[in-house]
Design a protein. Structure first.
Length: 164
């Protein structure tokens, strides 16, 4: 079995007109939500074997918070530009390239792609994966290459406001 956690970046700052989309930082709410959600995953005994993130500042910063709390070395985060630029089909290709020795992976990205990918993979409809929302999808496959539309089982969806 393979387990994939899809994480949308935490809430970002739209206040600086001189900052481009790629460089946007997390705002105050995002800086609180990321460690909170990471701690929630730690309570659920999530141990990542691989972390893949969009290189956009807001996604990478969110991934770094999770790594720090979950005990995954930040320098091992795989940054993939396709997560920032691509759609659900591109995310599927990234997942299919994961080494089969890995059983648990975290993928950090952006909407609408993260929502679309969750819905594609698990066949479970989520209207919109909220900022810092996390979806767990289990797949009864031996190889990540076998990940395909509908191959996943939606297990849960957690997000910050659910716990406030």
């Amino acid at each position: 079995m393979k387990t994939l956690y899809l994480v949308r970046h935490a809430k970002s700052d739209w206040g600086n007109a001189h900052t481009g989309d790629f460089q946007r930082t997390l705002n105050h709410r995002g800086l609180k939500a990321a460690p909170y959600m990471a701690a929630l995953l730690k309570e659920k005994k999530v141990i990542p074997e691989l972390v893949i993130s969009s290189p956009a500042n807001r996604a990478l910063t969110t991934a770094e918070f999770f790594c720090e709390i979950l005990g995954y070395p930040k320098e091992l985060i795989q940054q993939r530009m396709e997560i920032y630029e691509g759609g659900a089909g591109q995310l599927l290709k990234i997942v299919q390239q994961i080494n089969d020795n890995c059983k648990t992976a975290l993928l950090f990205g952006h909407n609408p792609t993260m929502t679309d990918f969750s819905n594609l993979l698990a066949g479970h409809h989520i209207d919109s994966l909220v900022t810092c929302g996390v979806v767990r999808i289990d797949m009864e496959i031996k190889s990540w290459k076998d990940a395909a539309p509908g191959s996943g089982n939606f297990i849960w969806y957690e997000f910050p406001k659910k716990h406030q």
